[in-house]
Design a binder for this molecule. Structure first.
Ligand SMILES: Nc1nc2c(ncn2[C@@H]2O[C@H](COP(=O)(O)OP(=O)(O)O)[C@@H](O)[C@H]2O)c(=O)[nH]1
Ligand SMILES: [Mg+2]
Length: 198
């Protein structure tokens, strides 16, 4: 649940960028950070312990990024967003569960590379399962946005193929995180989804 503080007039929400390894989560979050100039403002990096929660090595970046910033005002309330990336390769369920705690929205960054379509499906199912537990069976408490990333690839999987695993009809955005195309759109959809539930 987003937390609303009536006396301080603030709304705080947590948005997680999830997806299989190498799908473009970090690239997307870094784009948002850079665009909003969060470095000077309030880029809060996770502490070292949280940077590598699993301790595993592999080809994916295991680092997890966390940024907190003020988004703007809605009906006189200041809106604060905490944005995190949830690494694809965390082997212990408990660790990913910890990152997903109190998440209000998930931007699921799916990889359009033909060889990654199945990985997208597996990861999305896992994330939904974890959030199903986290929300005690009420997934309507979490806004989902599918960001079909790497649309610039010449061999990008056609959207109707990608949509085959989207059995929940999650709204989607086509994106190229490398250039930033579609990233803000996905982010805004997530924020709006949370705000409309308030
Ligand atoms: N072609 C292409 N490559 C991308 C795009 N987004 C990310 N990448 C590349 O995919 C790789 C993994 O990106 P990264 O953001 O680290 O993935 P993460 O593991 O999900 O955080 C990097 O080499 C990125 O440059 C994109 O939209 N198009
Ligand atoms: Mg990453």
């Amino acid at each position: 649940m987003p937390s609303v503080n009536q006396s301080e007039k603030t709304i705080s929400m947590k948005i997680a960028f999830c997806g299989p390894g190498q799908s473009g989560k970090t690239t997307a979050v870094e784009f948002i950070r850079a665009q909003r100039g969060l470095k000077e403002q309030k880029a809060v990096e996770a502490d070292d312990d949280a940077e590598n929660p699993s301790g595993h090595s592999g080809d994916e970046t295991k680092t997890f990024k966390k940024y907190m910033f003020q988004l703007g005002n809605v009906k006189g309330f200041k809106v604060f967003v905490t944005m995190i990336t949830v690494p694809g390769m965390i082997f212990h369920k408990a660790e990913r569960g910890m990152l997903l705690q109190d998440v209000d929205a998930v931007v699921f960054v799916a990889d359009s590379h033909p060889e990654r379509v199945y990985a997208n499906k597996v990861m999305l199912e896992q994330i939904r399962e974890m959030l199903y537990e986290e929300t005690r069976g009420d997934l309507s408490k979490v806004t989902f946005v599918l960001m079909y990333n790497k649309r610039d690839l010449p061999n990008a999987t056609p959207i109707d193929e990608m949509e085959k695993f989207n059995i929940w009809k999650i709204p989607y955005v086509e994106a190229t995180a490398r250039t930033g195309e579609g990233v803000n759109d996905a982010f805004k959809k997530a924020v709006q989804g949370v705000l409309t539930r308030l």
